[in-house]
Write a protein that binds this ligand. Structure first.
Ligand code: ADP
Ligand code: MG
Ligand code: ZN
Length: 502
């Protein structure tokens, strides 16, 4: 858990934060929301397009059934009511990221409403559960990507802009929370834990692979402050925050910034803000003081969605073990405390550990590597564990070598170092770093004999019963083999050679 600065403590003493999260999740369907184009990430610009997603006159959209099923399953998993009848709406705006000049979305008739998701945050007093209420889960289509050239990536000052419509029309689900109250100093952690829990739930449902770095999960983070007893404050909305760490940081940053402003007697302007990953600051975006008029109206080219009770029940039957239940099961299988489990979850280590176990690693070893060595490096580099260039399969390969006696723990650390430094695969690092366990008795015995003849006095001491003196000999053998011998084995051989019982 992050240590609280005194400045932050002072903000908490004076203000109550309210947070609200709008999360966009790209579904992992094969085709787009309203046409048969590929919904795959990437591809050469404008190769996953057709008359429908290019908004050609006369083209007609058709709803993707799998996208509706995924949304209903998400709604059910989030404890929502599923609307028996709802429609899509046109959201009209003029910006070239949508060639139709409108986006098909849901407005006042979302498919799923009024749910909740329980999230757990580790605190000094043990785990604390917050129930995050869900306002709505609705469907829309993603927009295209614009690239502004010659203006530091910004539209202002750009000489021209390029458009790529491959992403336009990919099914996008928006999950909107109700205002989350009473989180106090834990507001940043609750925001992060909520997004992590939502991500894990989506992965468990198999509706999205949720790769935050590819933008398949993006968050708008709303924050406001008010003094106890006062009305709720004006919120700002930090847009498109795309990592768990940034969600947490952006809440904290906004709390500190708004507190300064309020103390100076200034008012908070309702606006969107941008999060700067480098500095951790937010900067002003577009004002939301005047609500934009999107001239919403029901999409006339699509039929209403009216899922039958039988269909909903069928989909309910496909819900997986929810992450919280799964965590409880793993916790008892691994024999760890709730606090430890929560730390694993918060560190983003749970999926990596289970993937390592699935690849054949013992649970204890999997936990040891991800929460020890690798966590330290991730913290040092300020990134998430999953961004490190070490995979669960690498851990399995390294553990395999350790159990065959081909690597020592110490050498395994060197392999990790090599992997993290981009020196290639496990086997490449092992061979380029010359990591071989000196394991054959003959060379070990030779090294022991050399060490003994270098220090005949120590040999005498051991024979005389001073077992502790063995450490010196083992030490010089380890040194002679550049740490590539198995210390326990050297010790055993040494006693055998001297005819001494340990
Ligand atoms: P918009 O379209 O303006 O983004 P939404 O209704 O889609 O509005 O989302 C607003 C988000 O802000 C919701 O998650 C809501 O819970 C949250 N919210 C509303 N009021 C406040 C407030 N005073 N402080 C913090 N968050 C708020
Ligand atoms: Mg919004
Ligand atoms: Zn298309």
């Amino acid at each position: 858990m992050t240590t609280l600065t005194t400045e932050y403590d002072a903000v908490i003493a004076e203000f109550d934060p309210i947070i609200g999260l709008e999360t966009h999740i790209e579904l992992g369907t094969n085709s787009k929301m309203f046409c048969a184009c590929s919904a795959q990430f990437g591809g050469d610009p404008n190769t996953h397009v057709c008359p429908v997603c290019l908004g050609m006159p006369g083209s007609m959209p058709v709803v993707n059934r799998v996208a509706i099923e995924s949304t209903i399953r998400m709604g059910l998993a989030l404890n929502c009511s599923i609307s028996p009848w709802c429609r899509f709406a046109r959201k009209n705006y003029f910006y070239p990221d949508m060639p139709k000049n409108y986006q098909i979305s849901q407005y006042d008739e979302p498919l799923c409403t009024d749910g909740f998701l329980d999230v757990t945050v580790a605190t000094q007093d043990g785990p604390q559960v917050f129930r995050v209420e869900i306002e709505r889960v609705h469907m829309e289509e993603d927009t295209g990507k614009l690239l502004h050239a010659g203006g530091a990536g910004r539209i202002h000052g750009a000489t021209h802009s390029l458009v790529d419509y491959n992403r336009a029309g990919i099914p996008l689900i928006e999950v909107v929370t109700k205002p989350i109250l009473n989180t106090g100093e834990l507001a940043p952690e609750v925001a992060k834990a909520y997004v992590a829990e939502l991500r894990d739930l989506m992965r468990a449902l198999g509706v999205s692979d949720v790769r935050m770095e590819e933008g398949s999960l993006r968050c708008d983070v709303n924050v406001s402050l008010s003094r106890p007893g006062e009305e709720w404050g004006t919120r700002t909305e930090t847009k498109n925050v795309n990592s768990l760490r940034s969600v947490e940081r952006s809440v904290r940053t906004e709390m500190l910034r708004q507190a300064n402003q309020l103390r100076a007697g200034e008012r908070i302007i309702q606006e969107t803000r941008h999060f700067n990953e480098e500095t951790g600051d937010t900067t002003s975006g577009r004002s939301k003081e005047q609500a934009e008029d999107y001239r919403y109206f029901p999409e006339p080219d699509l039929v209403p969605i009216a899922p039958s009770q039988t269909w909903i029940q069928e989909l309910r039957g496909t819900l997986p073990e929810v992450p919280s239940v799964r965590r409880a099961r793993l916790r008892s299988e691994w024999g760890i405390t709730e606090f430890d489990m929560q730390s694993l979850v918060n560190a983003g280590a749970l999926e990596l550990i289970t993937a390592s176990i699935d690849a054949g690693v013992q649970p204890t070893a999997a936990r040891k590597w991800w929460t020890g060595e690798l966590m330290r490096v991730a913290n040092e580099q300020g990134c998430e564990l999953e961004d490190l260039s070490v995979t669960p399969l690498d851990i399995a390969e390294i553990e395999g070598l350790i159990s065959q006696g081909d690597l020592t723990d110490k050498m395994a650390r060197s392999v990790f170092e090599g992997l993290l430094a981009g020196e290639g695969s496990v086997s490449e690092v092992v061979s380029s770093r010359g990591l071989v366990v000196v394991n054959d008795d003959a060379s070990l015995i030779a090294a022991i004999n050399t060490a003994l003849s270098d220090s005949p006095d120590v040999a005498e001491k051991i024979k005389g019963g001073k077992i502790a003196a063995a450490g010196a000999i083992v030490g010089s053998v380890m040194k002679a083999t550049q740490g590539q011998a198995d210390a326990a084995k050297v010790r055993a051989l040494l006693f055998e050679l001297l005819g001494v019982k340990e």
